[in-house]
Design a protein around this ligand. Structure first.
Ligand SMILES: [Zn+2]
Length: 60
């Protein structure tokens, strides 16, 4: 029996299917599109750069 692959965040996710995650800019509350295969995303409104927290990402 095979394990089911969750479309949501997985600690052991593979990178072939990036998905956008909408986050709110902490500065101007504008929506920022953060792609799962990107480490950072810049707010197109105020220029704030959101950095993804990659802590513990190597445990797999
Ligand atoms: Zn912003």
């Amino acid at each position: 029996m095979k394990e089911r692959q969750s479309p949501l965040k997985s600690a052991c996710s593979i990178k072939y299917a990036p998905v956008p995650e909408i986050i709110a800019c902490p500065k101007c509350k504008e929506e920022i599109e953060l792609w799962s295969d990107e480490d950072e995303a810049a707010c197109h409104s105020c220029g704030y750069v959101f950095l993804k927290d990659k802590a513990g990402n190597q445990s797999c």
